[in-house]
Structure formats: C-alpha cells, structure tokens
Design a protein around this ligand. Sequence first.
Ligand code: FES
Ligand SMILES: [Fe+2]
Length: 437
Amino acid sequence: MTIDATAARAVDPHAALPARPVDPARFTDEATYRHTRLPVELASTLIPDAYCAPEFFALEQERVFTTGWVAVGLAADVDRPGACVVVEVAGRSIIVTRNRGGRLRAFHNVCRHRATKLLSPGAREVGHRGRIRCPYHSWTYDTDGSCLGTPLFEGSDVPAGQEPVFDTSVAKGFDRADYGLLPVAVDTWGFFLFVNLAADPAPLATQLGDLPRRFTDHRLEEWVPQRRRTYDVAANYKLVGENFMEYYHLPWVHPELNKVSKFSDHYRWQGPGMYTGMSTTPVSRNTDAGGWDGLRPLSSLGAQDAESGRFVWLFPSTALVVLPNHAFVLLNQPVSANRTVETAVLLCHPESLDDPTAQDGLAQLEQFWDLVNRQDLEIVERVQEGIENPAYRGGRMCFRFEEPLHRFQNMVIDKMLGIDRIPAGDEETMTRMFPDP
Ligand code: FES
Ligand SMILES: [Fe+2]
C-alpha cells in the first residue's frame, strides 16, 4: 500500500486538534472525531480526552455500555437454578441467575422498597431456597423477579395474635405484583454471559455478526473455566483493548510470545460484527520460554482452525483468544477513566483434560499467559501516563497493523454520537497483513 505523503501532511492533526480543557459538549460532536474518521492510512488516534477525562468517561459509560450487549462473565458460573453472579455495568449492579425452570434471568440489584442493594458482589447463590431476600426489611423475591413477600406490610407474615398492632388495612393501592425486580436483558454466546441495559435491546446475534459462525467448530459453549486471576490496571479500558488488537508491539514487549507467533503468520480475521479480529496461522510450537502447547487439541476442528490462534476483541471491553487446545479471556470492567479491573480466565474443552499431563499443561499455560498479560499491562499503564500529558494531541496510526484499532475507535465514536452501525468486514475470511513474499 502506498500513502500520499502530501495528503497525509494535509491532515496532520497536531496543530488542528482542539486544545484542552474539557468541554463535554465536544464529545458528542462529529467534528471532534474528524481525524479518526479518515481512512486508516490517513487517520489519527482517538482524542486523548477519551482516555483520561472523567467527563468523557461518564458519557461513554452511558452511550457505550448501556446501549448494547456487554460480556460480563461466564455461563458456567450460572449453571443451575439459584446460582448467581453479581456484575457491574455502567455503575449498575446486576444479578444474573437462573430461575426454577433453568432459564437465565438478570435483574438490577436493587430492592423495590427503599433501594437496598440486595446481593453482595461475591454472591454465588441468590439465597435460601432460591429466594432473594432484602437484608433491610426482608422483602423477598424469586428468581423470576416476582415479589413474594413484604413482611408486616400487606398482611403477610404478621405474627399470630398481633394482627391489631399490624393492621394492614391501611396499605392501600399496593399490590406486590407491581413490585417485582427490575429486569435486564441477558443472553449467552459460547462460554460468555452477556447483559444489555437498553430498554428494547436488539438480539445479541445482531451485535456478534458472523463471529458465532466463525467459531462453530470450536463448540465454545462446552468449554469450562480452569484458572482465573484478577488484575487491577491503572489505565483506561480502551488502551487495554487497543493493545490487544495490534501485533505491532510484539517484538519489543513480548520476546517470548514473538517466538511462537511470527509477524509473517498474521492475518486480519474480521467479518461483519461489533468485534475486531486477528489470526495467527499457523501457531508455532513451544520454545524454552513457553508457548501454547501442553494440552490436547480439540478433535473437531477443521484444518485451518486446528492450526490457528484467533484473537478477538468483543466490543466494548472483552478479549477472547482461542487456540486449538485452550482459550484465554480478559473481561475488562472500566472503573474510572484511568482504572480498569480485569478478570483473566483460562478455559479449555473437557476433551483437552482427558490426558494425564493435562494439569501440568494448564499450569504452564497459566504461567505463560500471566507473563504475557503482565508485559501488556505494564506497557498499557505507561501509555496511560503518557496520554495524560496535555502536550500529546493524538498520533498517526500504522496502517499495516492498526486497522483493528481504527475499526474499534470508530465503533466507540459511533456510540458517542448515537449512531447505530455494525461495521462491515473484509471480503476474505483471512486477510494477510503482509503481502506474500
Ligand atoms: S429496602 Fe429492601 S425491604 Fe426495605
Ligand atoms: Fe501484547
């Protein structure tokens, strides 16, 4: 690809980008993003305020995180009636559980009486006999959200002989059927749990585009979490994502990973859908520094899947790496403009565990991914430090490697502007990043 240097200079943003301080009205104005809207060969990165201004963060939480599906956890954690996880999206605490019939349900974690948070963040079961009981005045809900009881209020649960004291005839105009938990849309794809805070959400399949088809042979819904770790990251969640999406930094940040994932074996792997994708094909064998071997590969994969590592960023905040024998996931929860809590999960198909050396393989993979992730987070935190310097106004994208960042940043911009658009993909399933030698 050639770039017209004159055209590139003509859109050099360094003198043209608006200066700080922050005016939140700018963040919903298309003109603010004009340098990132250019074709990738000419584009500059998203405005620095998108990574450090609390005003941008607050708007982004609403416009990005409450208007679409967000991966919040693993379906395996809610595998039976009454099991639950308590997750947070855009500052809202949400209970995800299964009802008595085994169907997924999600609710705002707030009592309909006087708003007490019902379950604590670490809760794994909704409560005694599959009921959610408010710790304040004991209003109780079932896993379908129905309000089952409002003690001493509408006549239920009044101790025998004390009826005159708790005369409930004055509870007028109250029907507990009107006070069920506030529902949230919930769905799964593969091993992920998703919620959507929108009032009238589009189907998850619309957002995922062709991804489920790309992963059909992996049967991700059968994979089981094996190891987890949490990382507290002093950086904006988008920097974590953008680092994940590009391969440019490998030789310098990941000398070990670079040995099993060669530059020349990289492809863009992007169809229509709210995601960015990259593939390493073929993945290389382990070296002394570790690698991706160590577990038995899934037997059902086609020829290309059986030798590929797929690297997908699920908009807005989740990394998914799928190798023939394991998966590595990063669920990123934005906490503030410059802080993200990241849950890393290593998963595999039960078939891959059917081997006496499987536990050693898992231990080695966990160690390898922890090393790679720490290398990533260290550099991402340095980017955060740099991007907070007002002297920096945005930089040019490297067209060869950073097209996925451009795609992602334009998805963010669309959401900030209220544009509902699913990006189209490449015509080919795999698009080489480097021309054939
Ligand atoms: S706030 Fe929950 S029962 Fe009163
Ligand atoms: Fe990296």
